[in-house]
Write a protein that binds this ligand. Structure first.
Ligand code: PLP
Ligand code: COI
Length: 354
């Protein structure tokens, strides 16, 4: 059990009005969770405080060498009830990232408790409009003031909350994806499987290119041969080819998405054959050309299930589904969000009530 000291704000902020356009990740709630780590002492001083700026030495290691880990999950509101979706998976993945980044392990129960307690304190911030939720961002930063390259001996684990709408400005409408043929995001042996800022810093230049070309996000190819499909900037990717569900296998350079894992289980329970394997971009282009590429969608906490309507690779522009949301894509969206929102049965036991 984590002993959390709670100090509530005396000046609560105004909450967004019902029906207000929330965007993604721009509004923050009244409180935050903080816990410190000191070598020899472990994690200590767990507390929930009014949301505030941090005071850090400019020499804090996180600013220089990027030793940080972050997670992303959501809380959903249904009447008086509020739910989390598989938070234990985020806790596990946080520690997989921590291990790769030489950040000390956070006991899973501390991680889940920190998230639960903070969301309980700011429960009234969980938006209720269709398609909205409370985005939860747990993260760890290295805080030693030292310019040598080495693992820090002190850290802060922080959780902040942001009432959010759809990740893509277009909402649940097919997005255009740019298959990047010049830059790469990660290679096996690197940090691709970890959720850490550096991976996203590495992605920005290609994202700017994609936006300039009129596309929403980048689909990465493998970093060695630039031939095999990896994942999108903020989601994993799935293809329905000839009735089968195909998604890149977890190979060390892509993020093991929790939505990805959930979609695979749901599809299998519906009797679909799901293949986790290497998929070359050539196979994809050929499938698009011969009509066997039936649906494409991305999966992620922020993006939920996101239909892909167009894929660009060098000179090939592949239109998928005639601008419409695919049948399976829509069914998965309805099923996953139904479980998350507490509107349907939860046959997998994924929902955690607060
Ligand atoms: N891939 C990347 C690079 C991401 O940032 C995300 C989002 O978290 C995902 C995949 C999807 O992961 P999850 O479903 O756990 O949110
Ligand atoms: C998430 O889906 O939780 C993410 O972290 C995506 C993001 C990088 C905005």
């Amino acid at each position: 059990m984590l002993d959390i000291k709670i100090t509530k704000t005396t000046t609560p902020k105004e909450k967004p009005a019902k029906g207000a356009a929330l965007g993604f990740g721009r509004i923050f709630t009244d409180h935050m969770f903080i816990m410190n780590y000191t070598e020899g002492k472990g994690w200590h001083d767990a507390r929930i405080e009014p949301y505030h700026n941090l005071e850090l030495s400019p020499a804090s290691m996180v600013f220089h060498y990027g030793q940080e880990m972050f997670e992303g999950l959501k809380a959903y509101r249904n009447g008086d009830a509020a739910y989390l979706f598989r938070p234990d998976m985020n806790a596990k993945r946080a520690n997989a990232s921590n291990e790769r980044l030489c950040i000390p392990e956070i006991p899973e129960e501390y991680f889940v408790e920190a998230v639960k307690e903070l969301v309980k304190v700011d429960k009234d911030w969980i938006p209720t409009d269709e398609g909205t939720s409370l985005y939860i961002r747990p993260f760890v930063i290295a805080t030693d003031d030292f310019l040598g390259v080495a693992p820090s001996k002190t850290y802060m684990f922080i959780v902040i909350l942001s009432p959010s709408g759809a990740y893509y400005a277009s909402g649940l409408a097919p997005v255009g994806i740019w298959i990047e043929d010049e830059y790469v995001r990660a290679v096996k042996g690197g940090m691709g499987f970890a959720k850490t800022g550096g991976n996203y810093a590495a992605s920005l230049i290609a994202q700017v290119k994609a936006h300039d070309g009129g596309y929403s996000q980048v689909l990465w190819l493998d970093g060695v041969e630039r031939k095999y499909i990896e994942e999108v900037g903020a989601m994993n990717i799935f293809f329905k080819i000839n009735g089968k569900i195909v998604t890149p296998m977890l190979n060390g350079s892509i993020l093991p998405g929790i939505t990805r894992n959930s979609v695979i289980q749901v599809c299998k329970s519906w009797g679909y054959e799901v293949e986790e394997r290497k998929i070359s971009v050539d196979e994809l282009v050929a499938a698009a050309k011969n009509g066997s590429l039936e649906e494409v969608f991305g999966t992620g906490t922020a993006a939920v299930i996101s239909p892909v309507g167009k894929l660009r690779y060098v000179d090939d522009v592949m239109e998928i589904g005639g601008g419409k949301i695919g049948e399976l894509t829509q069914k998965l969206y309805d099923t996953i969000t139904g479980i998350q929102w507490g509107k349907t049965e939860d046959p997998f036991g994924w929902r955690v009530e607060l």
